[in-house]
Design a protein around this ligand. Sequence first.
Ligand code: COA
Length: 141
Amino acid sequence: MRRALGDGIELDDDAHRIDVAAVHDYLANESYWAKGRPREVVERLVREAQRVVGLYDGQRQVGFARAFTDGVSLVYLADVYVLPEYRGRGLGVELIREIVDNGPYADIRWVLHTRDASGLYHRFEFGEPSPRLMERYRRDA
Ligand SMILES: CC(C)(COP(=O)(O)OP(=O)(O)OC[C@H]1O[C@@H](n2cnc3c(N)ncnc32)[C@H](O)[C@@H]1OP(=O)(O)O)[C@@H](O)C(=O)NCCC(=O)NCCS
């Protein structure tokens, strides 16, 4: 799947096109949730995801999202970002639309964690977790 968004910006779900160095650089150095994540871990996560969607300006990787799932009961949405200079012009919405609504898992349950972007996800039918959802935290958290 490739989808042009205008001005040379494009979405693509080809995992081979992901610029792992660029994604690693953002996640390890800029993100609040994956600081210090090693490059080989990012490489493995991209390789093993059921779906990744990249956002590109020409050849430049300017955004990313990753979904992993058993394909039946649950999909987890992770590592969503758009580079700062590309934010605020609707690209995040298109990135989420592509990975959540346009892919093969649109009809099953999705879960994600976010510190402050819940407004973005509300647009795609994400809501507060039900009292039935339980969570076990990392041991080193
Ligand atoms: C979250 C992020 C991907 C949004 O990308 P973006 O391209 O700026 O998003 P858009 O321009 O499509 O904005 C979409 C809408 O979401 C809202 N939104 C964007 N970031 C938001 C945030 N952090 N909190 C609440 N709403 C947010 C915008 O206000 C906009 O709503 P509007 O159209 O009603 O004004 C981007 O800000 C980002 O990479 N942030 C840092 C990383 C991060 O927090 N990722 C999410 C981890 S779960």
